[in-house]
Design a protein. Structure first.
Length: 263
């Protein structure tokens, strides 16, 4: 019998990638079909508007049937929301249910190689990301410093130390105060999409334009990033760890097989 594992997306891109990697690993090791639901209010999906899955069976929607945790039988195909934190203690490693759902929070393990092997940008997303990266690099070709700060504590001396270490840079970040402080000490150029209210970018509402900009930032950090205000930033760490060049590799049309798809 075909069984399924569902990966819900929640919070920032780094969290999503870690949880997705965990579900890819379980799908491969337990012979399950993968369903990815990133249609929550932060990302706004659908996932396949941006990514293709390759080398792994997948389906567009969660099918009805026995589900673990059982609440997701009643929340079938609903996007994640704040309630995921009430479920983050559930472990799904040993689930034998027809459908197993990872809520997008709580325990996860991740393997960057799985993300390199099984994720690809779809054709339209590739074109938009390349255009956005070219636009940003035309503004400045300086090394990139990432100033993530709106939901991470930082002090002015942290900015001073970073500016002394890296000097003139192209700045990506979501905290306008940190950007202004860094630029005041260097001849740096802001490439930032920061909001004036300093609300974290990933919590500022979803749109295709915002998501493409975020994915372009991720790819730029991989290629040109030299430093980060907060080394705990999952976004920065994963951008440096994952070889995103593989996400630009071509893909084929999916083939239907026993009710699921594979390419």
């Amino acid at each position: 019998m075909t069984r399924y594992i569902v990966s819900l997306g929640w919070e920032g891109f780094g969290d999503r990638l870690q949880c997705l990697s965990y579900c890819i690993a379980l799908a491969l090791s337990r012979n399950r079909v993968l369903v990815v639901n990133w249609s929550d209010r932060y990302f706004g999906g659908p996932f396949d508007d941006y990514f293709d899955l390759v080398g792994i069976p997948f389906a567009a929607k969660q099918p009805p049937g026995e589900t673990h945790p059982s609440i997701f039988k009643h929340l079938s195909n609903q996007p994640a929301d704040d309630w995921v934190y009430d479920l983050d203690a559930y472990r799904i490693d040993d689930s034998q249910s027809f459908v197993t759902v990872h809520c997008g929070a709580g325990f996860r393990s991740y393997n960057t190689r799985l993300l390199e092997l099984h994720l690809r940008f779809n054709d339209q997303t590739k074109l938009e990301i390349i255009d956005e990266m070219s636009r940003l690099r035309s503004i400045s070709q300086l090394p990139i410093v990432h100033l993530r700060g709106t939901d991470r504590p930082w002090k002015h001396e942290d900015i001073c130390n970073l500016a002394e270490k890296y000097g003139d840079a192209a700045i990506l970040g979501d905290d306008q105060r940190a950007i202004d402080a860094y630029c005041a000490q260097t001849n740096s150029v802001s490439l930032s999409a920061a909001r004036s209210d300093n609300k974290p970018i990933h919590k500022s509402g979803s749109s295709r334009e915002r998501n493409i900009r975020m994915l372009a930032d991720f790819c730029l950090i991989h290629e040109y990033g030299v430093g980060c205000l907060n080394e705990a930033s999952l976004f920065y760490r994963m951008a440096k760890d994952i070889n995103v060049n593989e996400w630009f590799e071509p893909t084929s049309e999916p083939v239907e097989h026993d009710g699921f798809l594979i390419r």
